[in-house]
Design a protein around this ligand. Structure first.
Ligand code: GLN
Length: 208
């Protein structure tokens, strides 16, 4: 068996808080690279789409070669993790205001759903710790955050804040309305790195 060469995780670095995601991956000893061009997606284990401003991000992605490259990346089953604006881009439906999106995870999101008075806040939510239904608290930072208003079949809710879904996962897409990269807690990034490593191992055994 060939030694497993671990592929890097990409962090989309077109706009937004990509550097903070990189620091989380460093703490997890996961190799990563900033992604600015579609051809950089070719050899990645997974991709993080950070928060920022989804309208701006959409302009930089839609109708550029990045859009088909992202769709192909997803169609190949490679994991994508979107936080806040990143999730807005990945969602199937976007409202308030409505905006086109990639539609790679079957949820609806309402943008800026907490109103101007509470632009940003920190809160404690609950994370489903395992499949037994056990839960544990998780610190969450919300910044002009969207709300998930519909969760489609096949999408699991991994964490909630005040009973609302804030961390969701379909087969290969993970999405958070909050910013796990802005807390000290590595759990959410650890889960994404595990999704990427599982894909890497599957690719390595298929190549044997
Ligand atoms: N409010 C932003 C948007 O709608 C998202 C904010 C964020 O990513 N922190 O795009």
């Amino acid at each position: 068996m060939n030694a497993l060469r671990e592929r890097k995780i990409g962090v989309l670095a077109l706009q937004g808080d990509f550097a903070a995601h990189g620091r989380m991956l460093d703490r997890l000893h996961a190799a990563w690279v900033e992604v600015r061009k579609p051809e950089q997606l070719a050899d990645l284990a997974g991709l993080i789409m950070p928060g920022g401003e989804s309208t701006t991000l959409l302009k930089l992605i839609a109708s550029t070669p990045m859009e088909p490259a992202l769709r192909a990346f997803h169609a190949a089953g490679r994991p994508i993790f979107g936080t806040c604006a990143g999730l807005i881009l990945l969602a199937r439906d976007v409202t308030h205001p409505a905006q086109p999106s990639l539609g790679l995870i079957d949820v609806a999101v309402e943008r800026n759903a907490y109103g101007r008075q509470v632009d940003s806040f920190e809160a404690q939510g609950t994370l489903a710790a395992d499949n037994s239904g056990a839960e544990r608290p998780l610190e969450m930072v919300f910044i002009r955050a969207p709300r998930i208003t519909r969760v489609g079949p096949g999408v699991r809710v991994l964490a909630r804040h005040r009973d609302e879904p804030v961390l969701v996962q379909s087969a290969s897409v993970l999405g958070a309305t909050f910013h796990p990269e802005m807390t000290a807690d590595l759990t959410v990034h650890e889960a994404f790195v595990a999704m990427c490593r599982a894909g890497d191992e599957a690719a390595a055994s298929a190549a044997e």
